[in-house]
Write a protein that binds this ligand. Structure first.
Ligand code: ATP
Ligand code: MG
Length: 140
């Protein structure tokens, strides 16, 4: 296994409910290192670009609305097999289907407001990190 980096977002439901520390504790306990982190307000354009792959889906408008409804925390996570590992730690997209102990099972209230994003492939991780971080901010 290789050391990888993946991209994470703590979504507006996490910042609104003051859960960023609790979610970060789960991330760190799973052995993922937070090597970049910034709290931002996503613009509509940023959210539309980020979720472009879903633009034909019926929930796209709702998703963009939600992602811009409050601050988010964008993160770069590093560790062995980080992309797949973080998907495991997050749990299923719909918290009702997520395993015990996962972030979404523990904290999420609905499929729309599901607390975290994690890249679904190494290529997407690279592109997503590049959308929100300068190389110099996450060097070393
Ligand atoms: P993410 O990309 O945010 O990490 P994911 O990869 O588990 O989540 P995707 O299928 O990529 O799930 O969906 C992107 C996001 O769109 C979901 O996290 C969720 O917030 C929202 N979403 C997905 N399906 C639905 C749905 N049926 N109704 C409302 N929102 C949805
Ligand atoms: Mg996804």
């Amino acid at each position: 296994m290789a050391t990888e980096r993946t991209f994470s977002i703590l979504k507006p439901d996490a910042t609104k409910r003051n859960l960023t520390g609790a979610v970060n504790a789960v991330i760190e306990k799973a052995g993922l290192r937070i090597v970049g982190q910034r709290r931002i307000q996503m613009s509509r354009a940023q959210a539309e670009k980020f979720y472009e792959i879903h633009k034909e889906r019926p929930f796209f408008g709702e998703l963009v609305e939600f992602m811009t409804s409050g601050p988010v925390v964008v993160q770069v996570l590093e560790g062995e097999n980080a992309v797949a590992k973080y998907r495991e730690v997050m749990g299923a997209t719909n918290p009702a289907n997520a395993d015990e102990g996962t972030i979404r099972k523990t904290f999420s209230e609905s499929v729309g407001e599901n607390t975290v994003h994690g890249s679904d492939s190494l290529d997407n991780a690279k592109a997503e990190i590049a959308q929100f971080f300068q190389d110099s901010d996450i060097a070393g």
